[in-house]
Design a protein around this ligand. Structure first.
Ligand code: IDC
Length: 424
C-alpha cells in the first residue's frame, strides 16, 4: 500500500522534475535567443524606444539645422544665380539686333526745325531786335518753381528741349516767397537755387538759347518787400553772367494786390542800375500791376531806361477779348511788351485748354511777333503743366507723354516751323 506520505513526496518530486525540465528548456531558449519572454519584450521595446528616440532627436536636430541651413544657402545661391540668369537672358536679348528696334520706336516727339538764335538783343521802337535791327521773336517755356521742379531744368532736359521742341528761350521761375522761395528758404537752399540757375544758364548758352532769370514774386505782391534781397541777388548774378548775351533779367514776376505802377517804378529804378552798372546791354523785363496785366499805367509813365520790356501775362481760359484789347492798345502805342508767362488754361493754372480763346491769343502773338514763354514745365497734376502727370521722364517726351496743353503747344511749334518754311 502506498502511504499518503509517499504520494505527497512523489508529487513534489514530479513537480520539482517538471520545474527543472521547463527551467532547463527556458534557459537554453533564452541563451539561444529563440524565445522572447514578456519581460524581455518590455525591456526591448523600452530600449528600442529609448534608442530610437534619442538618435531620432539627434538626427532631427542635425537634419533640421544642417539641411535647412544648406537649403537656405542653396536657396540663396539659387536666388543669386537667378538674376544672373535673367541678366544673361537680357544681355542676350540686348545683343539681338532684332530686339532693339522697339527702342527706336519710342523716340521723343521732335519738330522739324529749330527756332533761330540771334545773339545780343535790343529794343528798338518798341520791338525786340537783333544786332542788325531785324525783328526777333523768342518762343519757349517757363519752368515751374525752381525749388519745386528743378529736375526739368537740368543740362540734359534743356538740351533735349532745344533738340526736340526747337524752342529758343527758357524761363527760370525762382519764387521769392512761395515754395521754398529764395527769400525765405535760408542760405542752403539759396545756394542750391543758384547752382540750378548756373546749370541752366550754362546749358542754354551751350545750346544757343536765351534764358530768363525770373525773380518770381507772387504772394509777396509788392516787389519792394524783398527789394534788398533782389538787389543783392541781381548784383551777384549779373557779375556771373555779364558776358552771356543770352541772359535776360526779369526783375519781378507779377506785382499784385494794391501794388501800383509807382511802387514798381520805385523798385525798378533801384534794381535796374544794379544790373546795368555791370552789363550795360542787358535786356530787362519788368512786371506790371495786377499780375502783369496793367499796361495802361505803364503807358502813362514808362521807365527811363533803354532795352526794357514790360511783361504782360494771360491765361486763355480766364482772360478774353477785353484783355486782348488792352494788350493790343499798348502794342499799337509802341510799348515794348514781352509775354514772359501765359497759359491756355485758366489763371489758377488748372483746367482744360480753352481752344477758342487760345487761337485768338496765338493769332496776336503771331501778328505782333511777341516773344513768349508758356507756363509750365512740370508734370504736376494741373492743366498748365506741359507733361502728363503719369510721366516720370524729365526729357525726351513722346507726344503721348505731353498734357493736353503740352500737345497743343507742341503742335504750335510744329506748325510755326512749317509756316516759316512756307514763307521762305
Ligand atoms: C501756379 C502753379 C501752381 C502753384 C501756384 C502757387 O501753376 O502749381 O501751386 O502757382 O500759387 C501765375 C503765376 C504762377 C502760377 C500761375 C498759375 O505767375 O506762379 O503758377 N499763374 O496759377 N500768374 C497767373 C497764373
Amino acid at each position: 500500500m502506498v502511504s499518503k506520505k509517499q504520494k505527497v513526496r512523489t508529487v513534489i518530486l514530479v513537480l520539482l522534475l517538471a520545474i527543472a525540465i521547463v527551467g532547463g528548456v527556458f534557459a537554453i531558449s533564452y541563451y539561444k535567443g529563440g524565445v522572447t519572454f514578456p519581460w524581455q519584450v518590455t525591456a526591448v521595446t523600452e530600449t528600442k524606444e529609448e534608442v530610437a528616440e534619442e538618435p531620432q532627436d539627434e538626427k532631427l536636430t542635425v537634419t533640421v539645422v544642417e539641411p535647412e541651413a544648406k537649403e537656405e544657402t542653396k536657396k540663396e545661391a539659387v536666388t543669386e544665380e537667378k538674376p544672373k540668369d535673367v541678366k544673361k537672358v537680357e544681355e542676350t536679348t540686348e545683343e539681338t539686333p532684332v530686339e532693339e528696334t522697339p527702342v527706336e520706336e519710342t523716340t521723343a516727339a521732335t519738330v522739324d526745325n529749330k527756332l533761330d538764335y540771334y545773339g545780343q538783343l535790343h529794343v528798338e521802337d518798341g520791338v525786340l531786335v537783333d544786332a542788325e535791327g531785324e525783328t526777333v521773336q523768342l518762343t519757349g517755356v517757363s519752368s515751374h518753381g525752381l525749388s519745386w521742379y528743378p529736375e526739368y531744368v537740368t543740362a540734359d532736359s534743356i538740351k533735349a528741349l532745344r533738340d526736340n521742341w526747337g524752342i529758343n528761350v527758357i524761363r527760370l521761375a525762382m519764387y521769392t516767397s512761395d515754395y521754398n522761395g529764395y527769400c525765405v528758404a535760408g542760405e542752403e537752399i539759396q545756394s542750391v537755387l543758384k547752382d540750378n540757375i548756373d546749370e541752366a544758364v550754362t546749358a542754354a548758352t551751350e545750346n544757343d538759347m536765351y534764358v530768363i532769370i525770373d525773380w518770381h514774386i507772387l504772394n509777396d505782391g509788392n516787389p519792394n518787400e524783398y527789394k534788398s534781397q533782389a538787389i543783392q541777388f541781381f548784383g551777384e548774378i549779373v557779375r556771373k553772367y555779364e558776358d552771356n548775351e543770352n541772359v535776360i533779367y526779369e526783375i519781378c514776376n507779377e506785382p499784385n494786390g494794391d501794388t501800383t505802377w509807382e511802387d514798381i517804378k520805385k523798385y525798378a529804378n533801384e534794381v535796374i542800375p544794379v544790373i546795368r552798372n555791370v552789363d550795360e546791354d542787358a535786356l530787362i523785363l519788368v512786371g506790371t500791376p495786377s499780375y502783369s496785366s496793367d499796361l495802361d499805367s505803364v503807358l502813362e509813365a514808362p521807365l527811363d531806361f533803354d532795352n526794357i520790356m514790360y511783361t504782360y501775362h494771360f491765361y486763355a481760359g480766364t482772360h478774353k477779348s477785353s484783355a486782348r484789347n488792352s494788350l493790343t492798345n499798348a502794342l499799337d502805342a509802341g510799348l515794348p511788351v514781352f509775354i514772359s508767362e501765359y497759359g491756355l488754361v485758366s489763371a489758377d493754372g488748372d483746367g482744360t485748354v480753352d481752344t477758342k480763346e487760345a487761337e485768338k491769343w496765338i493769332d496776336i502773338l503771331k501778328e505782333y511777333n511777341l516773344s513768349s514763354c508758356i507756363w509750365n514745365l512740370s508734370n504736376k497734376a494741373e492743366g498748365s503743366a506741359l507733361i502728363s502727370a503719369d510721366c516720370d521722364k524729365t526729357a525726351d517726351f513722346e507726344y503721348e507723354e505731353l498734357s493736353e496743353q503740352g500737345q497743343y503747344f507742341f503742335d504750335l511749334l510744329q506748325n510755326n516751323k512749317s509756316n516759316t518754311e512756307n514763307k521762305r
